[in-house]
Design a protein around this ligand. Structure first.
Ligand SMILES: Cc1cc2nc3c(=O)[nH]c(=O)nc-3n(C[C@H](O)[C@H](O)[C@H](O)COP(=O)(O)OP(=O)(O)OC[C@H]3O[C@@H](n4cnc5c(N)ncnc54)[C@H](O)[C@@H]3O)c2cc1C
Length: 429
């Protein structure tokens, strides 16, 4: 049987595993920690702004399973908050076990605490990889590989480009550092930049324990899913907006207020907030961070490890590695990771069968985002931009191009017109 090996079990790796399995391949998924979903264990915002369109495009293309889970686990739907409309907020505690069960039931061989550290190549120029070596020495053979290791950390990067290890969900001190597989195969990674030219970017939010907040704030979160609390003038630090990954939240409202969202925890929409200063805000007198644990001091550093790739998600110069998620561009978001991961997994199977690789048309938001983000990596400015359906530059483009819609039928029709309805459900092997 044909074998696909996915390296990295975040949203993009899980999506790649699902689409490759649906296309008929044997799939092994390697994840360095003891949980799937990576950063998906601490996010939660779905369907805000253009992400609604992208979620529905994925569903029409046949990648519906993961959205069914995030929709089912939503604590709140149709939430508006500054700059964002019709968001749904999934419960970050409930989603991972459900995704794990889905993958298991589909027959994906999930290998947790399996950190890839190197590759063995069968051929140079173009490179063909045939084995992955795990920390500990085990060798995993495959016919084609999908790299979805993300771009977060390792600790050295958080130290050099951030405020040190902030003890984020990836828990590098316990499970070991992220490793770039395309780099091990001989290709250099592209590094994203901030507005001031510095490398990487701070993750843009953290979680507070809801029980550590005032009754009033908690009630607001439980009832509406959102709470916007003004920050006293002396505690406002507008420069923090330039640090963040998530340019869709780099609006003045986010500097002048504490914006909280209910994802099971109270998601605080700022990269970090010194605890002493936070506790001076009424209602936060006892506030406590649960993610990252050192959220009073810093946050994880991302976007230092992007592979050069084609719009089919195949890594440039490597015959049999595809990539998805943050590894495949300066993308922000679960929806973006699922969109790119699903295509990468599907194309990995097309490669095995010797079929033409699928490129999604730019008349679909997903195809346009994939092509636009790729093209923009060629410029300095493009390296300072982040790409998301949820806001900033790309959402503006989506609206200008008439790609943004919240009409499910219209979105399905669009996918149908390109002859792509349920393409990810076709068994190729
Ligand atoms: C604090 C925070 C809040 C966020 N909130 C939201 C939100 O609300 N909504 C939203 O849409 N987006 C949010 N995002 C962004 C979003 O989570 C990410 O862009 C997206 O989930 C990235 O998915 P990924 O699969 O590309 O990477 P990751 O989630 O980073 O997954 C990569 C996986 O690969 C594993 N790995 C790495 N190296 C190896 C190796 N060598 N061997 C094996 N495994 C390896 C890692 O352990 C990890 O599980 C948030 C991000 C953060 C940090």
């Amino acid at each position: 049987m044909y074998k696909v090996v996915v390296i990295g079990g975040g949203w993009s790796g899980c999506a790649a595993a699902v689409s490759a399995r649906k296309a008929g391949a044997e799939v092994t998924l390697l994840e360095k920690t003891d949980m799937l979903l990576g950063l998906g264990n601490v996010g939660g915002i779905m369907r805000n702004n253009g992400r609604f369109t992208a979620a529905e495009e994925n569903i029409a293309l046949g990648a519906h399973e993961l959205f069914e889970i995030t929709d089912r686990c939503a604590r709140h739907v149709n939430v508006d908050f500054p700059g964002h409309k019709h968001a749904s907020l999934y419960d970050v505690v409930k989603v991972e076990p459900q995704v794990r069960r889905l993958l298991k039931d589909m027959g994906v061989d999930i290998r947790l605490m399996s950190r890839a550290i190197d590759v063995e190549k069968r051929q140079e120029d173009p490179v063909i990889v045939d084995r992955i070596i795990l920390a500990g020495g085990e060798i995993i053979e495959g016919d084609v590989f999908v790299e979805t290791t993300g771009s977060t950390g390792p600790m050295g990067n958080c130290l050099t480009y951030g405020n040190g290890c902030c003890m984020c969900i990836l828990r590098c001190p316990a499970f070991g550092p992220r490793v770039s597989i395309t780099q091990k195969a001989g290709k250099s990674d592209i590094m994203g930049r901030r507005k001031d030219g510095a490398f990487g970017a701070f993750s843009g939010s953290g979680k507070l324990e809801k029980g550590s907040l005032s009754d009033e704030i908690r009630q607001q979160l439980d009832e509406y899913g959102v709470a916007v609390i003004p920050v006293p003038k002396e505690e406002i630090v507008p420069e923090k907006l330039d640090l963040k990954v998530c340019q869709q939240y780099a609006l003045t409202e986010y500097a002048e207020n504490i914006v909280l969202l209910d994802t099971g925890y109270a998601k605080i929409m700022t990269p970090f907030f010194p605890l002493e200063s936070l506790r001076r805000v009424p209602g936060f007198e006892n506030a406590r961070y649960v993610d990252p644990y050192a959220g009073g001091k810093g946050n994880s550093i991302r976007y230092l490890s992007v592979a050069e790739r084609e719009n089919s998600m195949k890594a440039a110069g490597i015959e049999n590695i595809f990539c998805g998620g943050e590894k495949s561009g300066l993308f922000v978001g679960h929806t973006e990771a699922i969109s790119t991961g699903s295509l990468a997994g599907h194309n990995a199977v097309r490669y095995l069968k010797g079929m033409k690789l699928l490129e999604l048309p730019i008349g679909l938001a997903i195809g346009d985002l994939i092509a636009f983000a790729n093209k923009n990596l060629e410029s300095e400015e493009g390296l300072m931009t982040r790409y998301t359906f949820a806001g900033a530059e790309y959402f503006k483009r989506m609206k200008e191009k008439g790609l943004y819609s919240i009409d499910r039928e219209e979105i399905r029709e669009r996918v149908k017109r390109y002859g792509l309805e349920d393409i990810y459900s076709e068994k190729l092997i």
